[in-house]
Design a protein around this ligand. Structure first.
Ligand code: BTN
Length: 248
C-alpha cells in the first residue's frame, strides 16, 4: 500500500474530505488520494471554514485504514510533520508546528490538517486525512479577519511553487512517517514532533471547545498526542482539543 495512489483529480468539489468519504463508501482502497483545484465548502478544524480559492493552493484528502485510538489521534500530528518536511525540502523555509497540527511560517499559519473518522456501530473503520496548504495564494485575497494570522509559501519565496511537485513530495514524506509509525511505534515520532514543535516550551492559552480558557506552560505531549500544560503550583492540565494561542 502506498499513500497517494490512485489519485482522483477534480477541478472543483465541495470538500475533498467529502469526496474521499464517498469514494471510501464505494470501496476505494487505502492510500487513495483526492485532489481538487478549488473547494466550495472547504472545512477546517472546530467547524470552521477553510478558504479554498481556485488554482493557487493544495486541497487534498487521503483514505487511511483504521488503527487503535492512540494511533488515530497521532494521524493529524504525523501529517503536520510530513507537511513541515515537504515545505523545508521544497522551499528551505523553516516550517514549525503549533499544537496540534497547524503548520506555521514564523507566527502565521500556512497549512492545516483535518482528520475525520468513519465509524460503523461505534467501531472506527477508516480515517479521511484532509490537508490544506496555502501554496501560491496572495495575502491580498484573504478576508481581513485572517490577514494577520495566515500566510502562503509564495509570500516567502521568490517564484511560484509547482503544486504537483509539492504534492508528490508531501505524499513521499507522509509515506515515510506512516510506515515508521506502523513499524516502530510512537517513540521516535514523538521525539521528532517535539523537535519541530513551536508550542512546547512556550506559555500558551488553550481555548477549549467547552469551558473557559486554560493557560500554562506547554510542557510536553502525552502518548495519545494530547498537550500537557504546567500550571501554577505544580498543577498539570491535559488538553485533548483546543485552539492554542502562543503568548511568548
Ligand atoms: C484546519 O482548520 O487547520 C484544517 C484545515 C484542513 C483543510 C483541508 S483542505 C482539504 C481538506 N478538505 C477540507 O474540506 N478540509 C481539508
Amino acid at each position: 500500500m502506498v499513500l497517494g495512489q490512485p489519485i482522483h483529480r477534480f477541478e472543483e468539489v465541495t470538500s475533498t474530505n467529502a469526496v474521499a468519504l464517498d469514494l471510501y463508501h464505494e470501496g476505494a482502497s487505502e492510500g487513495t488520494l483526492v485532489v481538487a483545484d478549488a473547494q466550495t465548502r472547504g472545512r477546517g478544524r472546530l467547524g470552521r471554514e477553510w478558504i479554498s480559492p481556485s488554482g493557487v493552493n493544495l486541497y487534498c484528502s487521503y483514505i487511511l485504514r483504521a488503527g487503535n485510538r492512540e494511533w488515530i489521534s497521532w494521524i493529524p500530528l504525523i501529517a503536520s510533520m510530513a507537511i513541515a518536511s515537504a515545505i523545508q525540502t521544497k522551499t528551505k523555509l523553516n516550517a514549525r508546528i503549533k499544537w496540534p497540527n497547524d503548520v506555521l511560517i514564523g507566527r502565521q499559519k500556512v497549512a492545516g490538517v483535518l482528520a475525520e473518522t468513519v465509524s460503523n456501530n461505534g467501531e472506527i473503520q477508516s480515517v479521511i486525512l484532509g490537508i490544506g496548504v496555502n501554496v501560491n495564494m496572495s495575502k491580498a485575497s484573504l478576508p481581513s479577519s485572517l490577514y494577520c494570522t495566515t500566510t502562503s509559501l509564495s509570500e516567502h519565496v521568490a517564484e511560484s511553487i509547482d503544486r504537483n511537485q509539492f504534492l508528490t513530495r508531501l505524499s513521499g514524506e507522509l509515506n515515510v512517517q506512516y510506515q515508521k509509525f506502523w513499524n516502530d511505534g510512537m517513540s521516535d515520532i514523538i521525539h521528532e514532533y517535539l523537535s519541530i514543535s513551536d508550542t512546547i516550551g512556550r506559555r500558551v492559552i488553550a481555548y477549549l471547545p467547552v469551558g473557559g480558557p486554560v493557560d500554562g506552560w506547554a510542557d510536553g505531549i502525552e502518548l495519545d498526542g494530547s498537550l500537557r500544560l504546567r500550571r501554577g503550583q505544580g498543577d498539570m492540565a491535559i488538553i485533548r482539543s483546543a485552539d492554542i494561542v502562543h503568548l511568548r
